[in-house]
Ligand binder design. Structure first.
Ligand code: HEM
Length: 196
């Protein structure tokens, strides 16, 4: 979001208009924070924490997209293969929250629709903590955006999102203290980024 200031600004504007600056964002605001949720969903799509879903073993013969998968197969789903699939996503490597706002009136969910990417997965072994995981993710992002003013570190023009060669973490992780990244919170309770 720092690399695309217009996305960051839109998220902050949503918070300002839905929550305002007089109080902290609450979980009950979540259903009106579609753009924030779309940003969180986009992060799950483009930057999953692990390249593969947990391994499963198929319990019956089945055919998926024309591929026969015999009973007893070990099945590994590629999260990046799905989430960054150019047949499914336009310009798949671009962080584009709009792609989750398919229907302007529908509430955005972090749990994947139509399995176009894997966030919580689905079925009997899908994540049972999806509602809690969604709520925590949205609240964390919303409060980080509401409580702080974010900018790229001095002397840098963008955040280098290149991935490490052996996992999906950043090749050059953040050196994350930036004392100027503090703003007065809505209720004045959070006085300094140092206390967080
Ligand atoms: C953003 C947060 C989270 C994400 C993205 C996430 C994602 C996932 C994924 C992808 C799986 C594997 C599903 C599969 O194998 O098909 C899983 C499994 C699971 N998750 Fe989560 N999860 C999150 C938070 C949570 C939370 C908060 C809890 C509990 C409070 C939780 C409990 C579980 C459990 C128990 C399983 C194993 C389910 C099974 O094997 O039957 N998760 N999660």
């Amino acid at each position: 979001m720092l690399n695309q200031p217009e996305v960051l600004q839109k998220a902050v504007e949503e918070l300002d208009s839905v929550v305002g600056r007089e109080r902290l964002v609450q979980e009950s605001d979540s259903h009106r924070l579609n753009y924030i949720k779309a940003c969180a969903g986009e992060a799950l799509r483009l930057h999953p924490i692990a390249p593969f879903n947990l391994p499963h073993v198929s319990t019956a013969d089945s055919t998926v997209a024309g591929y026969f998968i015999p009973k007893g197969s070990h099945v590994l789903l590629s999260r990046t293969g799905l989430g960054r699939n150019p047949k499914v996503w336009d310009d798949p490597l671009r962080f584009n929250p709009e792609s989750h706002l398919m229907d302007g009136s529908a509430e955005v969910e972090l749990a994947e629709r139509d399995l176009r990417f894997i966030s919580f997965s689905t079925g009997r072994r899908g994540c049972m903590g999806a509602p809690l995981g969604s709520a925590m993710t949205v609240m964390l992002l919303a409060r980080l955006l509401q409580g702080f003013t974010w900018s790229v570190p001095e002397g840098e023009s963008r955040i280098d999102l290149a991935e490490s060669t052996h996992d999906l973490f950043l090749a050059k992780p953040f050196n994350g203290s930036n004392p100027s990244a503090t703003k007065t919170p809505p209720n004045g309770k959070i006085q300094s980024s140092k206390g967080w």
